[in-house]
Design a protein around this ligand. Structure first.
Ligand SMILES: Cc1cc2nc3c(=O)[nH]c(=O)nc-3n(C[C@H](O)[C@H](O)[C@H](O)COP(=O)(O)OP(=O)(O)OC[C@H]3O[C@@H](n4cnc5c(N)ncnc54)[C@H](O)[C@@H]3O)c2cc1C
Length: 320
């Protein structure tokens, strides 16, 4: 009967979608195996949302120490939580924050730490699946310690509402012995526009078919009209046409929007690895045999320069 703790990541009170995806998966596991799902949130009250995605208990810790992310304070608090409550596993998002926090917590607890996981199963012990060699293979790892910290890739798990009567429990970590060696002064957001790629409900991506950096504007305009994030294939990131923060795929970001529009992207396996869990995929490509059409729900065979601008105009008209 595994008890699963999920670290609910937030910045400025805005929660990361990966937290709800991890809760959804944790609920699926405990529904089959027994045990409870615990949500741990530092610096904000996640009670409402955490209950919506299946948390049985919610532990919120507030106060000045959690106003902005600090490795030493946050990892100490999280490790204290795990030492006290002893979950069988702690899930953290494989985000910038989670990749910093997870290994520090594992080091403090002297337990296994498995990063970048895309699958998790319980059968009297954990089996964690994670891709290796840039996604060419995947391996299954079994932690050998009683507890493990597992980093979960954003959008690896399907979001599912699963209302539970979550009980809020007090959690007041003792941070008196912690003397932080560094403090975040400010955070400067760079990247994929107003909507963050991994959080976006709609993503419009461009590939080498856009021909040059100046045409990425077509992608950005359609994305702006749809309230979407703008993504890119690695080909145009490597070519220096757009910043790496836009890259979708094996070595970029994994996205899981309701709608993914791929413009001038061939559909290489490494690109598909980052977007194939999208609910609806639309591909625009002038080559009817492009592999992207095998992954697409809707395909438009044609020149994106003829298709994207009128499509953008229609979207603007429709959305007023
Ligand atoms: C280890 C490794 C990791 C990788 N990681 C990633 C990754 O994270 N993300 C990623 O994307 N790739 C990744 N790649 C690269 C990947 O293999 C492909 O090379 C890349 O995805 C191709 O990008 P593309 O589809 O934009 O370009 P291309 O494969 O060149 O495809 C361009 C497409 O545009 C179409 N086209 C051309 N002109 C038009 C037009 N006017 N209108 C409509 N369509 C048009 C063409 O028919 C073609 O299908 C990785 C590769 C390796 C080896």
């Amino acid at each position: 009967m595994p008890n699963i703790a999920v670290f609910i990541e937030q910045r400025d009170g805005k929660f990361k979608k990966v937290a709800w995806q991890m809760l959804s998966e944790a609920k699926r596991i405990t529904a089959a195996s027994g045990g409870e799902v615990w949500a741990l949130c530092l610096g904000a009250d996640a009670s409402g949302e955490a209950a919506r995605y299946g948390a049985d208990k919610v532990f919120n810790a507030g106060g000045e120490s959690f106003a902005t992310y600090n490795s030493e304070l946050w990892s100490t608090a999280t490790a204290q939580f795990c030492s006290t409550h002893k979950p069988e596993v702690l899930l953290v998002g494989s985000t910038a924050m989670g990749k910093d926090l997870g290994p520090k917590v594992a080091a403090k607890l002297d337990c296994a730490c498995i990063s970048d996981a895309v699958g998790l199963t319980w059968a009297d012990g954990w089996t964690v699946r994670r891709p290796i060699y840039a996604g060419k293979c995947s391996i299954e790892v079994e932690p050998l310690t009683d507890m493990a910290v597992v980093g979960i890739r954003p959008n690896a798990f399907v979001l599912e509402e699963n209302a539970a009567a979550a009980a809020a429990e007090a959690f007041s970590p003792d941070l008196s012995g912690v003397d932080p060696k560094a403090q975040v002064q400010s955070i400067e957001a760079v990247g994929a526009g107003d909507v963050e790629l991994t959080e976006a409900e709609i993503v419009v991506s461009g590939g080498r078919g856009i021909k040059g950096p100046e045409s990425y504007e077509l992608i950005e305009k359609l994305a702006a009209a749809l309230g979407a994030a703008a993504g890119a294939s690695r080909a145009i990131v490597d070519a220096g046409w757009v910043d790496y923060s836009h890259q979708v795929g094996q070595t970029g970001k994994t996205v899981g929007p309701n709608l993914y529009i791929a413009c001038g992207i061939s559909g290489a396996i490494q690109h598909l690895a980052g977007m194939s869990s999208s609910k609806c995929i639309v591909a625009i490509n002038k080559d009817a045999n492009a592999p992207i059409f095998k992954a697409a729900d809707y395909g438009i065979v044609g020149d994106l320069f003829q298709i994207v601008p009128p499509l953008t105009e229609e979207v603007i008209k429709l959305r007023g």
